[in-house]
Design a protein around this ligand. Structure first.
Ligand SMILES: Cc1ncc(COP(=O)(O)O)c(C=O)c1O
Length: 404
């Protein structure tokens, strides 16, 4: 008799954004005349940059001719893309990463959820609280998180690192030593970052305790301050303790195109085994490569024209972030983030819960955000707004909130 993976049955409720989607759809159905502004999900709104479109068109034409047609991509990704990544994302920042340490994929969501597969089933994970839900849920599915406490909204075998106003939304080194540490900076959902010196403490801690850091740098392009690291490999010793995840979704608008990569340095040894080899084996068995067309588009991200166009695109979103942050501050809200990240993290007014504020905002301003509690118990009483809308919608949303 076929049986299901019972770990899936332990997952509480539905995925955060499906719940939001259902609530918004119900509100719209009941109020067809209202125009809803969505500043909830972290999806981009600006079209792909012209240089990327040009590259996509060229690659499509290549696929139409026998001489330039491409079938399965190489397991790790095309050399032209991995070289461009190494030159621009690493060498240019003084980080030592080789092209064969890059594994091209279809995005950071898949990589951040799949990476746990190469670690022991009883590995103890540590996550920030609040956190991008994928890290925890993928470990739940793998049976690694113990028993769920519905009241506390925590798992018995997960180490939670609260990120609160009192610690500047930066996690503290956990007293109980984890095997795997998930870090994401600039952070989703808080929009907070840590300095290079702070990240160095994590690298030292991981090396000292034989832990592995899974560093999600999906929002790296939004860093504006100089002491914030763009890659964990800027820290000394990171090659022996850190895996880095990158995405083309937020820096280049590839949420619907799909491209990302994972870096596993060859010196990263766990239990006497090189993780690079394990991930290569996993990648080779379970993944057949990002499309040639998309990898060519990824290459265009690193061209001079592409870089200039994307700098403008990031600036466009960061102008929205500024508009939200300044507008809400002026309206008396307590806000953080939005300086090195496209997320604004605000405290709900009048001690409303995150979901109460969600409903309040939806009903009274017809604006959709994301309840902080959906990202973990320490997110309760907070609310996330994204800067990924259009400028016009962002401005209109803030004007509506100001009038409440
Ligand atoms: C922290 C973080 N990592 C990864 C992702 C997913 O990125 P991708 O589109 O490359 O799958 C997101 C998307 O919102 C994210 O917020």
């Amino acid at each position: 008799m076929a049986r299901v993976n019972e770990n899936y049955l332990k997952l509480p409720g539905s995925y955060l954004f499906s719940t939001i989607g259902k609530k918004v759809a119900a509100f719209q159905e009941a109020n067809p005349d209202k125009t809803i502004i969505r500043l909830g999900i972290g999806d981009v709104t600006q079209p792909l940059a012209p240089e990327i479109i040009k590259s996509l068109h060229n690659a499509v034409d290549e696929m139409g001719k026998a001489e330039t047609f491409h079938g399965y991509a190489p397991d790790l990704g095309y050399e032209f893309l991995r070289k461009a990544i190494v030159e621009n994302d690493y060498k240019a920042r003084g980080c030592e990463i080789e092209a064969d340490e890059i594994f091209v994929s279809d995005g950071a969501k898949c990589d951040s959820s799949n990476i746990q597969e190469i670690f022991a089933a009883d590995s103890k994970i540590a996550v920030c609280d609040p956190v991008y839900p994928v890290y925890v849920d993928s470990n739940v599915m793998a049976g690694r998180t113990g028993v769920y406490d519905a009241k506390a909204e925590t798992w018995s075998d997960v180490i939670y690192m609260p990120c609160l106003e009192s610690n500047g939304f930066a996690p503290e080194l956990p007293k109980e030593v984890p095997d795997l540490i998930y870090l994401c900076f600039p952070n989703n959902p808080t929009g907070a970052t840590i300095t290079k010196a702070q990240l160095q403490e994590w690298v030292d801690y991981a090396n000292k305790n034989n832990a592995v850091i899974i560093y999600d740098a999906a929002y790296e392009a939004y860093i504006s301050e100089t002491d914030v690291p763009h890659s964990i490999y800027e820290c000394e010793g990171a090659r022996t303790c850190a895996i880095e995840l990158k995405s083309f979704s937020k820096n280049a608008g590839f949420t619907g195109v799909r491209l990302g990569y994972t870096v596993i340095p060859k010196e990263l040894i766990c239990d006497g085994v090189a993780l690079h080899g394990l991930w290569a084996r996993r990648h080779g068995t379970k993944y057949n490569g990002a499309p040639y067309i998309v990898q060519r588009a990824g290459e265009a991200v690193y061209s001079e024209a592409g870089k200039a166009q994307l700098k403008d695109q990031v600036a466009y979103y960061m102008n929205n972030a500024k508009t939200i942050k300044e507008g809400l501050s002026a309206a008396g809200f307590s806000v953080s983030g939005g300086v090195n990240a496209p997320y604004i993290w605000l405290k709900t007014p009048d001690k409303m819960t995150s979901w109460e504020f969600f409903d309040y905002l939806l009903e009274n301003a017809n604006v959709v955000g994301t309840p902080g509690s959906g990202f973990g118990p320490s997110g309760e009483g907070y609310f996330r707004l994204t800067a990924f809308g259009t400028y016009e919608n962002t401005l209109a949303a803030i004007e509506r909130i100001k009038k409440l």
